[in-house]
Ligand binder design. Structure first.
Ligand code: PGA
Length: 264
């Protein structure tokens, strides 16, 4: 399976002109990266226009945040069904910056469920705000996973991508250590195996629930750049990245994709 790189532009860049330029640069770099799948998550205002201008096959689009409700009185928000209609194949769910603004665990569960029903791949973000010595951060991640997967049939776990983003490593100078990511990846898979067993074993003609849970893709996010990404990919037990700042500048994103393509 190819390494997945999700470019989370957040509320950048400031103009449509710059968005087009950044997208063109990422498109070129993605075309040269045979071992990577690249997903661009622009601000929702730019999604449809970028999608319509793009005629290649290597890139896909994600919405950074969208509501589960089909329509309604939600000033300023967009829905998943609108995002699907605009051409996205992925939806970031429960990013730390949305949770900080009050997004609840239940809302993330509803968004994952709705995305799956629309055949949009949810990228469920989980991650603790801080690391305390009592290892409570595992509990935080378990709770977020349980809620996020609440509406997912055990045989469909692999349709969801998990992005582990420790809040304390987002927007900082350095990423977490690969060996700590490796430990967290084991914990996430173990939690998903437990979730997959919650309704008892599946009928024998279906894949083993354990195998299904073990196959869920895990991404890492938080201060990733071309320096730290290769070791994280080879030692962190992950299948890709959710990238903020390094995806918002053409030269940095080019360098990141090049560095990853060499080890993927
Ligand atoms: P960062 O952001 O790469 O700038 O740390 C990551 C994210 O928030 O997804």
């Amino acid at each position: 399976m190819k390494c997945l790189v999700v470019a989370n532009w957040k509320m950048n860049p400031a103009t449509w002109r710059e968005a087009r330029q950044l997208f063109e640069a990422i498109k070129k770099a993605a075309d040269r990266s045979a071992h990577l799948s690249v997903v661009v998550a622009p601000p929702s205002l730019y999604v449809r226009s970028l999608r319509e201008r793009y005629h290649g096959r290597r890139l896909a689009f994600a919405i950074q945040h969208a509501r589960a409700e089909t329509q309604g009185a939600h000033t300023g928000d967009v829905s998943l069904i609108q995002s699907k209609d605009a051409g996205v194949q992925y939806a970031i769910v429960g990013h730390a910056e949305r949770r900080a603004q009050g997004e609840t665990d239940d809302e993330t569960g509803a968004q994952v469920g709705e995305a799956l029903s629309l055949k949009v791949t949810p990228i469920l973000c989980v991650g603790e705000a801080e690391r305390t010595s009592d290892a409570m951060y595992f509990e935080v991640v378990r709770r977020q996973l349980r809620a996020g997967f609440a509406q997912v049939d055990p045989s469909h776990l692999q349709r969801v991508i998990v992005a582990y983003e420790p809040v304390w490593a987002i927007g900082k100078q350095s990423a977490m250590r690969p060996r700590d990511m490796h430990e967290m990846a084991i914990f996430i898979r173990k939690t998903l195996v437990d979730l997959s067993m919650r309704n008892g074993p599946l009928p024998t003609n279906k894949k083993e629930p354990t195998a299904t849970a073990m196959g869920v893709r895990i991404l890492y996010g938080g201060s990733i750049d071309e320096q730290n990404a290769p070791a994280m990919l080879t030692e962190g037990d992950i299948q890709g990245f959710l990238v903020g700042r390094a995806s918002q500048e053409s030269a940095r994103m080019r360098a990141l994709l090049q560095a990853l393509d060499a080890v993927a």
